[in-house]
Write a protein that binds this ligand. Structure first.
Ligand SMILES: Cc1cc2nc3c(=O)[nH]c(=O)nc-3n(C[C@H](O)[C@H](O)[C@H](O)COP(=O)(O)OP(=O)(O)OC[C@H]3O[C@@H](n4cnc5c(N)ncnc54)[C@H](O)[C@@H]3O)c2cc1C
Length: 367
């Protein structure tokens, strides 16, 4: 929808068709986290969008790590979040204001349906039809991470982006939980492949999994319910493509590449892809092949740093059960350093209270 809206604004006479397989007002998951820095990048290109989004944002400055009975606050890492459905409604409204009517409930099954379109923008997610039809031409690589996760919600807010790591009677589990509205939170539960296998979690129905997670995290939920939205156990696919376009087709967002949810950047990357694509089209005067080439050469190096961070962060989560053997303060320090994006000096100025307390703890331990 963001592609359609931005392209129609750039090229008012263009004939643009938006096809979405889901009915209107239906989506997967719950909230979407946008880092404060990510929002700033988006605003640099489209302050109007960020203004529209900002009204529905929950925001906080701390990350909380709960492990081994400790609740450790890491200050200074700004994040915001909103409901996925709210974001989709805002984009839908923008598309309509631009004079377009998306067609909902229409799954594309054959690329011939696009006829002789000048450009097909594949914003069709991890299972992209366009990409799977031309995997060789795009140079697609898919590697499935080993951990299993289920994306639930919770019927209560949490006051910070919280990561709870627990050794439960069912083995090691991690919950990522944060509010995306004043009354609702995302509650994403993750475990290792070995534990998933050992406990036979694949055999559980969605309701049984929901109820198990509610029981395991009852202390954290403090009376709230775990909510399901087609919340099946899944493994995260790490997708990359050597080439971003083929003929008149271009990949954006998750169709193009995925960034592990632990760095909360997939949506931002998808929106920024669109900004870069539209800007390339604007500067190549209707020459679509030139625009697609420019999009790829300009954007590739920009996203690489974030993707490297996502890979390192995902790697850390793949061994979260081993990391849980560390003392809580060391665990929290390794957690916040996991992507290698923040060097120790920057960390000390970004999270002064946390680093001070960590050093005090370390001083006491080393004595
Ligand atoms: C558990 C989890 C948590 C996440 N948390 C965050 C977060 O906090 N912050 C963040 O920024 N990102 C997060 N992400 C990533 C984020 O959800 C994605 O990066 C983002 O949704 C990508 O947007 P997209 O438009 O490329 O794809 P999608 O959002 O997947 O949209 C693709 C759309 O295409 C439609 N579609 C697909 N195939 C067809 C077809 N054949 N015909 C018609 N329609 C079709 C789908 O129905 C869908 O609506 C998370 C991801 C996961 C798995």
């Amino acid at each position: 929808m963001y592609v359609a809206y931005r392209l129609k604004r750039l090229l008012p006479s263009a004939d643009i068709l938006v096809l979405e397989q889901n009915p209107q007002d239906v989506t997967f998951g719950f909230g979407v986290v946008l880092s404060a820095q990510g929002l700033q990048f988006l605003a640099d290109d489209d302050s109007e969008l960020v203004q529209a989004i900002s009204a529905g944002l929950e925001s906080w400055d701390d990350i909380e790590i709960r492990i081994g009975g400790e609740r450790i606050r890491i200050d200074g890492i700004g994040f915001t979040a909103m409901g996925r459905i709210v974001l989709l409604r805002i984009l839908n409204e923008k598309v309509r204001q631009a004079g377009l009517s998306p067609i909902f409930g229409k799954a594309v099954t054959d690329l011939a349906e696009f006829g002789d379109a000048d450009l097909i923008v594949a914003a069709d997610g991890v299972n992209s039809l366009v990409r799977t039809r031309h995997e060789v031409e795009f140079g697609t690589r898919i590697e499935t991470l080993t951990n299993w996760f289920a994306w639930f919600g919770a019927s209560r807010p949490f006051d910070a982006l919280t990561q709870t790591f627990k050794m439960t009677g069912e083995g090691p589990f991690n919950a990522h939980h944060y509010r995306y509205s004043p009354s609702q939170s995302t509650f994403l539960v993750e475990t290792t492949a070995a534990n998933f296998e050992r406990r036979g979690l694949a055999k559980l129905s969605v309701e049984e999994s929901r109820s198990l997670c509610e029981k395991m995290f009852a202390d954290v939920l403090d009376g709230a319910e775990v909510i399901s939205n087609r919340s099946i156990w899944r493994q995260f696919p790490k997708i990359t493509n050597e080439r971003w376009s083929y003929k008149n087709m271009v990949l954006v967002g998750d169709a193009l590449r995925t960034a592990h949810y632990s760095i909360g950047s997939g949506t931002r990357l998808a929106l920024e892809d669109v900004q870069a694509l539209v800007s390339a089209i604007a500067s190549t005067d209707g020459d679509i092949p030139a625009a697609l080439a420019l999009f790829e050469t300009q954007r590739k190096p920009i996203v690489q740093k974030l993707l490297d961070a996502a890979v390192k962060s995902a790697g850390w989560y793949e061994r979260f059960d081993e990391n849980m053997q560390l003392p809580p303060w060391e665990f929290a320090f390794r957690y916040i350093s996991r992507s290698g994006r923040i060097d120790p000096d920057r960390l000390a100025s970004a999270c002064p209270a946390f680093i001070r307390q960590y050093r005090e703890w370390k001083g006491r331990t080393d004595e």
